[in-house]
Design a protein around this ligand. Sequence first.
Ligand code: SF4
Length: 380
Amino acid sequence: MIIESLLNRALNPNSYQDEFLSIEEGVFLYENAPTAELMFVANELRKIQKKNSNKVTWIIDRNLNTTNVCTANCKFCNFYRIPGHAESYITDIDSYKKKIDETIKYGGEQLLLQGGHHPDLGLSFYVNLFKQIKSLYPNIKLHALGPPEIAHITKLEKSTHTEVLKALVNAGLDSLPGAGAEILNDRVRRLISKGKCTGREWLEVMKAAHQLNITTSATMMFGHVETIYERFEHLVWLREIQEQKPSGSKGFLAFIPWPFMDDGTLLRRLKGIKNNVTSDEYIRMIALSRIMLPNIENIQASWLTVGKATAQICLHAGANDFGSIMIEENVVSAAGAPHRFTYKQIQESIKDAGFEPQLRTQQYEYREIPLNIEEQVINY
Ligand code: SF4
């Protein structure tokens, strides 16, 4: 294989449909192409995809947890508690109200609602919750649950992904986050998240969501027990699901890769698996994500996990989105993600990197910063 000819193929937008790069070609570029060349090509692809716009988008939302009770036992997760644990909780409506009021005050219009695989919380719990939130706050968007939770609810209900998704959309679900993808290969999933749905099921839930015209995102948590081949296989599987979406559906609106955060996790304590992803490796993965995923429009740099400086370089390596300021985040932070932004700081960071910050919605539509916005106090 020759680096130049692969990069030329990636750069020629007319050849996308017929000549997506294969898993092996992605691995070859990862192992052999200089970072500067990958960045250059990915940046050119970003410009083509975003029609030469200099805008970098960001969003204001709050990650709220429905419950921390979970039976999946993921070995990278410090957030969950087993059923009956003294620190287990199910968030009550008064807490939602307080936190949504605060989110609106800080300019947000969306909740990223996630939780554990609670053995007793089935479809009616989430339907009632979504309806209650929407009746109190009709304008709040619910970017909620994720394929593993949909798969869990489907099993509890002995139903189908499609029926569960339809009921949730009718109750107020606006979009489905790409949570719980980790690495989709089941060899890896058996080692790190045995209690979660299989990779195939994750993809099937997304396929069902796209059939129903529900917008979604895709993620990858890498840098633990996976091989490089399994990373690129993950990217190609996402690309294939995106290829299968109905023509009127947007499918995956974005791809968000981040490195495994190891602090205090079972993976680190019991298996000695550490996060060894360097800034250079993260930047290369961002660039290769742009190169491998020509049919996913937005690539997000995870400043929460890699920090401001690396995330800024990613904007020159194919990323066009800085994600959320996350008024609250409890899951990745529990494993040591240390970085925080206010709405002013995120915009300054984007400007410092040479781009124009643009507030967006979950649908990646532009929105104005609310006039009466307050700067949040960072306390997580
Ligand atoms: S990552 Fe999610 S599914 Fe896995 S243990 Fe934590 S809460 Fe449960």
